[in-house]
Design a protein around this ligand. Structure first.
Ligand SMILES: NC(=O)C1=CN([C@@H]2O[C@H](COP(=O)(O)OP(=O)(O)OC[C@H]3O[C@@H](n4cnc5c(N)ncnc54)[C@H](OP(=O)(O)O)[C@@H]3O)[C@@H](O)[C@H]2O)C=CC1
Ligand SMILES: O=C(CO)COP(=O)(O)O
Length: 344
C-alpha cells in the first residue's frame, strides 16, 4: 500500500484503446470494481467474447471481473472516472458521460495527452467546459500501455489540486510496479504530456533522415527548453516539466520506436506524407493534431517554439523534410541560456 487514503471503489474507464485497457487492469489489481467503456458495441462484444482487446492491446487477458460495455449508463454507482479518449474527442465524450451521470460531481482523472485543436484548450480546461461539476486530475508520465499491462516497473505523475483526493487516486492506481507521484500542477502535467508528443515526432524525423543520435540529443535538449518556456508562460511550474510527466516522458518517447509519435516522425523523415502514414493506422499519434494548435497557442503567448513549428509545417505538408532540417540547423548562433540571451 502506497498511502493510507481510501481508494475509489468503482471506476468507470472511458475509452478502450490500449491505455484505457491497461489502466482498467491496474484498477482491478488494487481491488476496485472496474467498468471498461468503449463507444462501439461490436468492440465491447468482441472483448467480452475473447476476454482480450485484440485491436488495441493484444496478448493481454481481460479477467472475468472486468465489466466491458458500450453503455454510458454503466456509470451509475461509479465513484470515479478515468478519461482515456484521444484529446480531439475528449470534450464531446466527457459531455456525453456527464449527461449519463446526471451531472454528477465525480472525480475525473484525465489520461489523454494533447490540446483540443478547435478551442486551444488543455485537457483540464476541456473537462471544465464539458463537465463543470467534475473534480479534475491529470495522470501522465513515461508509460507505454504494453509495459504497464505486463507489470513492468513504471512511474508517472498524478496531479490533483486537492492533496487528499490526489492520495485517493494514488491508492486507487498505485501498485508495487506502477508508481504514481502526486503533484498539484495540473497545467504543467497537461503541457508536458501534450508537448512531448510533438517533440517525439521531431526526434523521429531526425532518425528517419539518418542524422544520428547526437543530433537527436541536441533536438531533445532544445525541445525541452521550448517546452519549459511555453509551460512557464501558461502559468505552470518549471519543476513539473523537469519531472516524470515532462522530461521523463520526453526521454521515453523521443527515442523509442514503440512510440506512435516517434514512429510517425521516422516515416516522415523517410519521405512519406503525414496523410499517408496516418491513413494506414488505427491507433492514435496525438502529436500530429497537437503540433498546429501548440504553435498557435505559443505565438499567442509570445513564446518561440521552432521545433514545434517545424513539426506543424511538416505534418501539414507545407514544407519538405529537407527544408525542415535546414531551417532548424540555420537558426542564429547565440547564447544557450535564455538568461544570457536577454542580456546580449
Ligand atoms: N498507449 C499508450 O501507451 C498511452 C497512451 N496515452 C494517451 O491515451 C490516449 C488514448 O490513446 P490510446 O489508448 O493509446 O489509443 P489507441 O491508439 O490504443 O486507440 C485509439 C482509441 O481512440 C478511440 N477513438 C478513435 N476515434 C474516436 C472518436 N472519433 N471518438 C472517440 N474515440 C475515438 C478508439 O476508439 P474506437 O476503437 O471506437 O475507434 C480507441 O479507443 C491518448 O491521448 C494517448 O496519448 C497515454 C499514455 C500511454
Ligand atoms: O505517451 C506514451 C508513453 O508515455 C505513449 O506514446 P505514443 O503515444 O507516442 O505511443
Amino acid at each position: 500500500m502506497m498511502t493510507n487514503a481510501d481508494p475509489f471503489r468503482r471506476l468507470f474507464v472511458q475509452g478502450a484503446g490500449s491505455w484505457g485497457t491497461a489502466l482498467a487492469l491496474l484498477g482491478l489489481q488494487t481491488g476496485a470494481e472496474v467498468v471498461l467503456w468503449t463507444r462501439r458495441e461490436d468492440h465491447a462484444a468482441a472483448m467480452r467474447g475473447d476476454r482480450e482487446n485484440q485491436r488495441y492491446l493484444p496478448g493481454v487477458s481481460l479477467p472475468p471481473a472486468l465489466t466491458i460495455t458500450a453503455d454510458r449508463g454503466a456509470i451509475a454507482g461509479c465513484d470515479a472516472v478515468l478519461s482515456v479518449v484521444p484529446a480531439q474527442f475528449a470534450g464531446g465524450e466527457l459531455a456525453a458521460l456527464r449527461e449519463a451521470s446526471g451531472a454528477a460531481a465525480l472525480p475525473v482523472a484525465l489520461c489523454s495527452k494533447g490540446i483540443e485543436a478547435e478551442t486551444r484548450r488543455l485537457m483540464p480546461e476541456v473537462l471544465k467546459a464539458a463537465w463543470p461539476e467534475a473534480a479534475p486530475a491529470m495522470l501522465s508520465g513515461p508509460s507505454f500501455a504494453a509495459d504497464v499491462a505486463k507489470g513492468l516497473p513504471t512511474a508517472v505523475t498524478l496531479a490533483d489540486a486537492d492533496r487528499d483526493r490526489g492520495e485517493r487516486w494514488l491508492a486507487t492506481l498505485g501498485t508495487l510496479t506502477f508508481r504514481p507521484y502526486w503533484s498539484a500542477d495540473l497545467t504543467g502535467v497537461a503541457i508536458g504530456g501534450a508537448v512531448k508528443n510533438v517533440l517525439a515526432v521531431a526526434c523521429g524525423v531526425v532518425e528517419g533522415q539518418g542524422l544520428g543520435e547526437s543530433a537527436r540529443a541536441a533536438l531533445m535538449a532544445r525541445g525541452f527548453a521550448e517546452a519549459a518556456r511555453f509551460a512557464v508562460a501558461l502559468g505552470a511550474k518549471v519543476e513539473t516539466l523537469r519531472g516524470l510527466s515532462g522530461l521523463g516522458d520526453m526521454i521515453l518517447t523521443c527515442v523509442s520506436p514503440q512510440s506512435r509519435n516517434y514512429s510517425l516522425g521516422v516515416a516522415l523523415g523517410q519521405g512519406e506524407t503525414a496523410a499517408d502514414i496516418l491513413s494506414k493506422r488505427h491507433t492514435v499519434a496525438e502529436g500530429a493534431k497537437t503540433a498546429p494548435v501548440l504553435t498557435a497557442l505559443a505565438r499567442e503567448h509570445g513564446v518561440e517554439m521552432p521545433v514545434a513549428e517545424a513539426v506543424a509545417a511538416l505534418v501539414a505538408g507545407d514544407i519538405e523534410v529537407d527544408d525542415v532540417v535546414d531551417s532548424l540547423l540555420s537558426r542564429p548562433l547565440r547564447p544557450e541560456s535564455p538568461l544570457l540571451r536577454d542580456k546580449t
